[in-house]
Structure formats: structure tokens, C-alpha cells
Design a protein around this ligand. Sequence first.
Ligand SMILES: [Zn+2]
Length: 283
Amino acid sequence: MTSFRAGYLEIEPRELVRYLLRNAGQFDREYINPQELLEFLKLDYTSFHFATELPEEARCTLAGASPRALLSFADRLIATDDSLSVKRERFSVLHEIGHYVLPHHEHALYVCDDIGLSFGTRLMLEKEANDFAADLLFLGDRFSAEANSRQISTSTVKELATRYQSSFEATARRLVEKNFRPCMLIVFKQKNRQHNIDVDATPSWDVRYCAASPIFKTRFFEKLRGEVPPEAVAAVTQSGKGIEDSYVCEISVSDSATDKQTIFQAEFFFNTYNIFCLLTPKT
Ligand SMILES: [Zn+2]
């Protein structure tokens, strides 16, 4: 006998985001209020000192990093560590809401750490919860429309980060990922810790991760290796400089297979933790 398998209609995360934003009254707002989402979902929220008050068995996460937020499905409770900055706290709550509503996410206790909540996580469920949190934070498609009608620049990152009450990193990443034009965000981390001891040594900054618009990936590349030019490091990391004090230059990227060189415009900026670069083709 031939056997068939039944399939069931599955709600896409995108539809879930729209449903939540609409029904929790967020489309009428300038930027998201996670508290209204919690109330709509009938979830409680608390914040406490994880290092001393989290039970021992919950303190050891999969990746072994510091726990930052948790969701107890049975208690309908979300909690965050009280040391988080305001923006991280909001993002972490949205991340836990993602675990709560996304299909296939276990109805259990989630303890999420710094690694899971970072953009570079390789854990699938953490990545899904991060994507869901970013969709909520940037009010679904609204950000995309605004990002595409503005210049790809640090002043746009600053303007939209202020508007959505989001971090510069999350905003810059969203700006390139939702862009119809070719652009890439490169995030650099400081490598040479020797600089802390030898104050005259120049710290070097190498690539932590890259994010790019779909058309950039098909036309150019998905990631690259390299360091921030010393003159850019010197310009953006001077004390008293803000994100708006960016450094613009041209950089050449060579294809490792063909050795072909392509010139891009690079705009570097600094958020006191990482150096960022917005890369666009030279016009
Ligand atoms: Zn998580």
C-alpha cells in the first residue's frame, strides 16, 4: 500500500513577529516596549544578580560562558542578570520571548549566555532567538524601509540606533543585512594585548566577523581577513571621539584565487569595544 505523510501548516517567524507587534500595539509606537509584549504574552519579568543568586545547576551553560538571561517556561518567567546595560537587557528579554514563541524551541528552562546571545553564535536555537529578537527590536519591515531610503553611513547608523533605542552594532548589522545596495559591515576586535603593558605599542585590530547585504555577497565576497589600517585606528580611538567622528578612506581588497584587486570606500568608527567598518563599492 502506498503511504502518504501528513504535513501541518507551520507559522513562519516573520508572521509571528507581525502578529506579536500588531497585537501588542507596537506598530503605533516609535520604538519597541518589551514590557507590553510580556504583558500580551502573560509573562513575568525579573532581574537579579546571576553570579550569586542563580542556582548552581543553572549556572553552567552549554558553551560555558556567563549566563545573561533565562526563560522558565513552566513559571512563565523571564529573568536577566542585573549587570546588563539597558540595551542588552532589552535585547535579552526579546531573545527569551523568541524562545517562548518560536516553534521547535523546547518548553523548558533556557539559560542563555554571552556566547549564545552574540551575533556570531553557531548554536541554531540561539541564532533563531537572536534573529527573532532583532526582528522585534527593529519593528519588522519598518527599519528596512528606512534603511534603504538613507545613505549607508555612520550618521545613518547613529540616527537609526537613536530612533530604535538599539546598540550601534545591532543597528549597523541590520543596516547592511536589510540593504538592497551592495554594502558590508566588518567588525574588528583588538588583538595585541601587549599594548596594555607597553603603552607605546600600537594595538592591532583584526576581523571578528562580517555581515553583508545579499547583493554584496553575490557580487563580491562573504567575508575577508585583514587589519584596520593604523591611521584609521589612531583616528577613531582617540579619547573623546564618538561614533560620528568616523574615518573615511579607500581600501583595496585582493581576491585570494585570482589576485584581482577591487577598490572600496571604507568608513571606520568605534563604539569603545570594537572598531567597525562600513564597506561600499567605490563609485
Ligand atoms: Zn537563548
